[in-house]
Ligand binder design. Structure first.
Ligand SMILES: Cc1ncc(C[n+]2csc(CCOP(=O)(O)OP(=O)(O)O)c2C)c(N)n1
Ligand SMILES: [Mg+2]
Length: 932
C-alpha cells in the first residue's frame, strides 16, 4: 500500500480525497478500495481533506472537462434560466453549458467525484449530481449574473450564497400564506381600479406584482439592521400600488385622486399646480427592528424617466451624513438604504442612469450601496427589447460598474424573495450596489386606455391566457397542501372587500389632501442680518490661514496668502477679492452653525485657480482643508470635486438639499454654460417642485458667466433660461458685481434656509475674480448687506444733470465704469441690478426716481438681444420707468451666444460700451425697445 503514497499532484489529491471519504464512511467506497485503505496510513503532512482530485483510469481531459463545465454553469447558467414568465423568449442557452462541449458524458461525470465541482456542493455522490445541482441553482427561474464582479471575496460570497441557497427556503423560510395574502392585496387593488375607473391611467403593476413583496423584504431587512431612512425612487409603473401598500398611502386618498374633484386649495394663480396622481410622493414612518424610527419615503417624480435616480441618491447621502461638530462630516452607510426602481427601457436608454451609477463609489457621493430593481415588463410603451438595448439584458449597463445582477422570473415568488434578501445581505456586507432584474410582463397596454394588441398581438394573446402570480402561488400552495382553494379565494375576496368599503366611504372633496407650498414670511430676505464684526472676520481669516505642522504650500500660493494675512488690516481699503470673500463667508456660516456641502467640477481648487479650498503639501501631496480645520466652526464642511457630470450631480445635490434643508448646499459649474446638461433637473425639480409637489429646495448654483472673448462656449450661463422659468417666487437669481455683495448673498442664503428657502442662482465672475473694481473693503463685509439694487453714488451727487440712466447687471458694469467714454458723459448714471429675480421693484423704482430729469432708461447687456436679461426685464423696467423711454443696448440677435474670435469680441464689446455713452438721450418718450 505504501505505493499509493508515491502519487503526486492531482492523483495524490484524488487518493487523499478517496481516503477521506472512506474515513467518514467506509461503505461509501467500493470493497476493493476499502480493503486497500484498511491497512493504509495517510502521509503525515495531510490534515485536511483534499479539494482537488484525480481519477485513476479516467483521462485527465475528463477531469478538466468536468471542472470547466461546472465553471461554465456558474458563469453562463443564467443564459439557460427560465426567466420569462410568458415563455415567449426562449433562453438563449450556451454551448458551454453542455457536457459534450467539454468532452465529457454523463457517465464520465458519474464516475468523477463531486469535489471536482468544488464549493458548497461537495457532499454529493458524484460530479454528475453536483453538476445537476448547479444547473438547478444557475439555470432555474433565477439567473445569477455576477461573474463580472472583480473582487474575489465578493464573488465567492455570492457563489456560496447562491449555491447553498442561503436566502431561500428552507434555509431562510418564508411565510407562504402571508405572501399569498400580500399578492391578493396587490391584485385586488388593481382589479378594483380597473373595474371602477375603466380606462383611467394608473400604470398598473400587474405582471410585476412581486415588486411589492420584494420591497417588503428589502424594507424588513433594512428595519432589522437599524436603518432609519429608505428613500425609494420609481417611475409610473406600479407606483400607485407601491404607494398604497408599501408607503401605506390611504386608499381614500388614492381613490379621491381618481375622482379628481376641484380641491379645497384650488388657486387661480397657478402658484400651486399640483401634479398627476402617479407622480405624487409619499412617506411612511414606522418602527424598525431595534425600535428605531424608520422613514420610508418616495419623493415625487416627474415623467422624465430616471431623472429621480440621482435625487434619491442625494437624499440617502444626506440622511446618512452627520454634520454635528467641525471638520469633515461622517457618513454612515447603515443609516439609509436607497432603492431605485427602473424601467427596462429607461434603464439602458437614459444617460442619467449611467451618470448615477458612476456616483456610487465616489467618496463624495457614495450611499453605501443602492438596491436597483428593474421592473422588467419586456416592453417600453410599444417598443420591444430588440429596439431598446444593445446589451444582452436590460441590466447590461450595471455590469460595467461591477454590480452583481440577479435576473428573476416574476412568476416565482420564492425566487423573487430570495433575490431581495440576497441583495440586502450583499449591500449590508459590502456596502455596494446590487441589481434585481425582475422579469415579468405588462397585463394591459402602456396605460390602461391603450391597445397593446396593435403592436404586440402574440404577446397579448399569451398574456390574456396567463394566470396571475397570485393564482400561480395559490395553486402551488394548494398542491403543497399549505392552503385550500377556498382559503386562497377568501384571502382575495377579503382584500377586494377592503377596496370596496374604502370606496363606499369615500368623500372625495374631504379625502383629497394636497400638499400646499407654505407662504414664506414676507420680507424675510430683506431682513436677513448678514454682517460679521471686523474682529470676528480677522479671527476667521487667521484661522483659515493657519497651516498644520510641516506643511509647505506651493510657492506660487504664498504671495496670495501673504496678502490675505494683511487683507483686513485697513477697514476702507479695497483688499478683499471674490475668493477671499467667499471663504470668509463660508467660514462665518460654519461658525454660525450651518453646515455646508460644496461640490462641482474642480471646485476644490476652483476652475480659475481662485479658491484653493483644499491645499496640497508640496512634497507629500497631503491635503489640508482650512474650512475643516476651523476652530470657530460648529458644524461640518465638505467639499468634493465632482465627476465630469452635470445632470446627475445636480439631481444629487437637489435631493441632498430637500432631505436636509438646514444645510447649505452649493454646486458650481465649471463654466456656466455646462449647466445646460442638467436642464432636466432644473426644469423638473429645481424650479417647479414647489408648485407641483410643495418641495422647498434651497440649492445654490454658482455659474461663471461673462463675455470675455473665449468663444460661443464658456461665455453664457444662459440667464435667459432661468429668467423664463422664474415665476411664483420659485428661485432667486443674482448677478452681483462686488466681493462684498457675494459675501452677503451667501450669508443671506444660509440665514433663509429654514425661513424662506429658495434655490439661488448666482452668475459668477471669471476674469473679474481678481479685478480691483470687484474687490471690496473689509468695512463692506463688516457693516454692509446684500443690496438688490446698487445706486450710482457719484451720479447722485449731480442728480439734476442726469439725462440717461443706464441699468445693467454683472460684469458689463465694470466695463462701463472703466470706460474712457464715461468721463465725457456726466449726464449718465449707472444703476446696477444685482438681483434679477425676484425683481426688486421697489428698490429699482427708487433708484430710477432719484434722477427726475433723466429722459431715458437704457438697459445695457453684453449678451445678444435675444439672450441675457433684456426680454425678461423690459416690462419690469417699463413699469417703474415713470413713462420714460426704455430701450436697450445689446449685441444683435444671434443664434450663438458669443463671437468665436477674441478680436471680434473686443471690437463688439468696445462698440457696445461706446453706445452706452454715445448718442444724445431722447427728449420725448419713444417706443420701448428701439435700437440705440
Ligand atoms: C425621458 C423620457 N422620455 C420619454 C418618455 C415617454 N415614456 C413614458 S413611459 C415610456 C416607456 C417606458 O418604458 P419602460 O422604461 O420599460 O417602463 P414601463 O412603462 O414599461 O414600465 C416612455 C417612452 C418619458 N416619460 N421620459
Ligand atoms: Mg417596460
Amino acid at each position: 500500500m505504501s505505493g499509493w503514497q508515491e502519487f503526486t499532484g492531482l492523483n495524490r489529491g484524488y487518493v487523499l480525497e478517496l481516503y477521506e471519504k472512506y474515513r467518514r464512511d467506509p461503505s461509501s467506497v467500493d470493497p476493493e478500495t476499502r480493503a486497500l485503505f484498511d491497512g493504509w496510513t495517510p502521509p503525515q503532512d495531510v490534515d485536511t481533506p483534499p479539494v482537488t482530485a484525480a481519477i485513476v483510469g479516467v483521462p485527465l481531459e475528463n477531469v478538466v472537462g468536468a471542472v470547466n463545465l461546472a465553471e461554465s454553469i456558474r458563469r453562463y447558467g443564467h443564459l439557460a434560466a427560465q426567466l420569462d414568465p410568458l415563455c415567449l423568449r426562449q433562453p438563449l442557452g450556451d454551448p458551454s453549458l453542455l457536457a459534450a462541449t467539454h468532452g465529457v458524458t454523463d457517465d464520465d461525470l458519474q464516475r468523477l467525484p463531486a469535489s471536482l465541482v468544488s464549493g458548497p456542493l461537495e457532499n454529493m455522490n458524484s460530479a454528475y449530481d453536483a453538476i445537476e445541482a448547479l444547473r438547478r441553482t444557475y439555470c432555474s427561474t433565477t439567473g445569477y449574473d455576477y461573474a463580472h464582479v472583480f473582487v474575489p471575496e465578493e464573488r465567492e460570497w455570492l457563489r456560496q450564497a447562491a449555491e447553498r441557497g442561503r436566502f431561500r427556503a428552507p434555509a431562510d423560510p418564508i411565510d407562504p400564506v402571508k405572501l399569498l395574502d400580500r399578492l391578493s392585496q396587490v391584485e385586488a387593488f388593481e382589479r378594483f381600479l380597473q373595474r371602477t375607473f375603466p380606462g383611467k391611467t394608473r400604470f398598473s403593476i400587474e405582471g410585476l406584482d412581486m415588486m411589492v413583496p420584494v420591497l417588503d423584504e428589502a424594507i424588513a431587512e433594512a428595519a432589522e439592521a437599524g436603518t432609519t431612512q429608505v428613500p425609494i425612487g420609481m417611475a409610473h409603473r406600479g407606483r400607485l400600488n407601491v404607494m398604497a401598500h408599501v408607503l401605506n398611502k390611504p386608499y381614500a386618498q388614492i381613490l379621491a385622486e381618481f375622482k379628481d374633484p376641484i380641491s379645497k386649495n384650488f388657486r387661480e394663480d397657478m402658484t400651486w399646480t399640483g401634479d398627476v396622481k402617479y407622480h405624487a410622493g409619499a412617506h411612511r414612518a414606522m418602527k424598525g427592528g431595534a425600535q428605531l424610527d424608520l422613514v420610508i419615503s418616495m419623493p415625487p417624480n416627474p415623467s422624465h424617466l430616471e431623472a429621480v435616480d440621482p435625487v434619491v441618491e442625494g437624499m440617502a447621502r444626506a440622511a446618512g451624513t452627520q454634520v454635528d461638530g467641525s471638520g469633515a462630516p461622517r457618513f454612515d452607510p447603515a443609516r439609509s438604504v436607497p432603492i431605485l426602481i427602473h424601467g427596462d427601457s429607461a434603464f439602458p436608454g437614459q444617460g442619467v442612469v449611467a451618470e448615477t451609477l458612476n456616483l456610487s463609489r465616489l467618496p463624495g457621493y457614495s450611499t453605501g450601496g443602492t438596491i436597483h430593481i428593474i421592473a422588467n415588463n419586456q416592453l417600453g410603451f410599444t417598443t420591444g427589447p430588440e429596439d431598446v438595448y444593445s446589451t444582452s439584458y436590460a441590466s447590461g449597463l450595471a455590469r460595467g460598474f461591477k454590480i452583481p445582477i440577479v435576473h428573476v422570473n416574476a412568476d416565482d415568488p420564492e425566487a423573487c424573495v430570495e433575490a431581495a434578501r440576497l441583495a440586502m445581505a450583499y449591500r449590508d456586507r459590502f456596502h455596494r450596489d446590487f441589481l434585481i432584474d425582475l422579469i415579468g410582463y405588462r397585463r394591459y397596454g402602456h396605460n390602461e386606455g391603450d391597445e397593446p394588441a396593435f403592436t404586440q398581438p402574440l404577446m397579448y394573446q399569451t398574456i390574456a391566457k396567463h394566470p396571475t402570480v397570485r393564482e400561480i402561488w395559490a395553486r402551488t400552495l394548494v398542491s403543497r397542501g399549505v392552503v385550500t382553494e377556498d382559503h386562497a379565494e377568501r384571502l382575495y375576496q377579503s382584500r377586494a372587500a377592503e377596496m370596496q368599503s374604502a370606496y363606499e366611504a369615500l368623500r372625495p372633496e374631504q379625502d383629497l389632501i394636497e400638499p400646499e407650498p407654505e407662504a414664506p414670511p414676507p420680507g424675510a430676505a430683506a431682513r436677513a442680518q448678514t454682517t460679521v464684526e471686523i474682529e470676528r472676520l480677522r479671527e476667521l481669516n487667521r484661522s483659515l490661514l493657519a497651516l498644520p505642522a510641516s506643511f509647505t504650500v506651493h510657492k506660487k500660493l504664498e504671495r496670495g496668502r501673504d496678502k490675505r494675512s494683511r487683507m483686513l488690516d485697513e477697514l476702507d481699503e479695497r483688499s478683499v477679492d471674490w475668493a477671499a470673500a467667499e471663504e470668509l463667508s463660508l467660514a462665518s456660516i460654519l461658525a454660525d452653525g450651518t453646515s455646508i456641502r460644496f461640490t462641482g467640477e474642480d471646485v476644490e481648487r476652483g476652475t480659475f485657480s481662485q479658491r484653493h479650498a483644499v491645499l496640497h503639501e508640496v512634497t507629500t501631496g497631503r491635503a489640508h482643508v482650512p474650512l475643516q480645520a476651523l476652530p470657530q466652526a460648529r458644524v461640518a464642511f465638505e467639499i468634493h470635486n465632482s465627476p465630469l457630470t452635470e445632470n446627475a450631480v445636480l439631481g444629487f445635490e437637489y435631493g441632498y438639499s430637500v432631505q436636509e434643508p438646514a444645510r447649505l448646499v452649493i454646486w458650481e459649474a465649471q463654466y456656466g454654460d455646462f449647466i445646460n446638461g442638467a436642464q432636466v433637473i432644473i426644469d423638473e425639480f429645481l424650479v417647479s417642485a414647489r408648485g407641483k409637489w410643495g418641495q422647498r429646495p434651497s440649492l445654490v448654483l454658482l455659474l461663471p458667466h461673462a463675455h470675455e472673448g473665449q468663444g460661443p462656449d464658456h461665455a453664457s450661463a444662459r440667464p435667459e433660461r432661468f429668467l423664463q422659468l422664474a415665476a411664483d417666487i420659485n428661485m432667486r437669481v443674482a448677478n452681483c458685481t462686488t466681493a462684498a455683495q457675494y459675501f452677503h448673498l451667501l450669508r443671506r442664503q444660509a440665514k433663509l434656509l429654514l425661513v424662506d428657502p429658495l434655490p439661488l442662482i448666482v452668475l459668477t465672475p471669471k476674469s473679474l475674480l481678481r479685478h480691483p473694481l470687484v474687490a471690496s473693503t473689509p468695512r463692506e463685509l463688516a457693516e454692509g448687506r446684500f443690496q438688490m439694487v446698487i445706486q450710482d453714488d457719484d451720479a447722485q451727487q449731480r442728480a439734476a444733470e442726469i439725462r440717461r440712466i443706464v441699468v445693467c447687471t454683472g460684469k458689463v458694469y465694470v466695463d462701463l465704469i472703466a470706460s474712457e467714454h464715461r468721463a465725457g458723459r456726466p449726464d449718465v448714471a449707472i444703476v446696477r441690478l444685482e438681483q434679477l429675480y425676484p425683481v426688486p421693484m421697489r428698490d429699482l423704482r427708487a433708484a430710477l426716481e432719484a434722477y427726475p430729469t433723466a429722459s431715458e432708461i437704457v438697459w445695457v447687456q453684453e449678451e445678444p438681444e435675444n439672450m441675457g436679461a433684456w426680454e425678461f426685464i423690459r416690462p419690469h423696467l417699463q413699469e417703474v420707468s415713470g413713462g420714460r423711454v426704455v430701450r436697450r443696448i445689446a449685441r444683435p440677435r444671434s443664434a450663438s451666444p458669443a463671437e468665436g474670435s477674441a478680436a471680434r469680441h473686443t471690437h463688439n464689446q468696445q462698440s457696445l460700451i461706446a453706445q452706452a455713452f454715445g448718442g444724445k438721450p431722447a427728449t420725448r418718450p419713444a417706443p420701448v425697445g428701439t435700437r440705440a
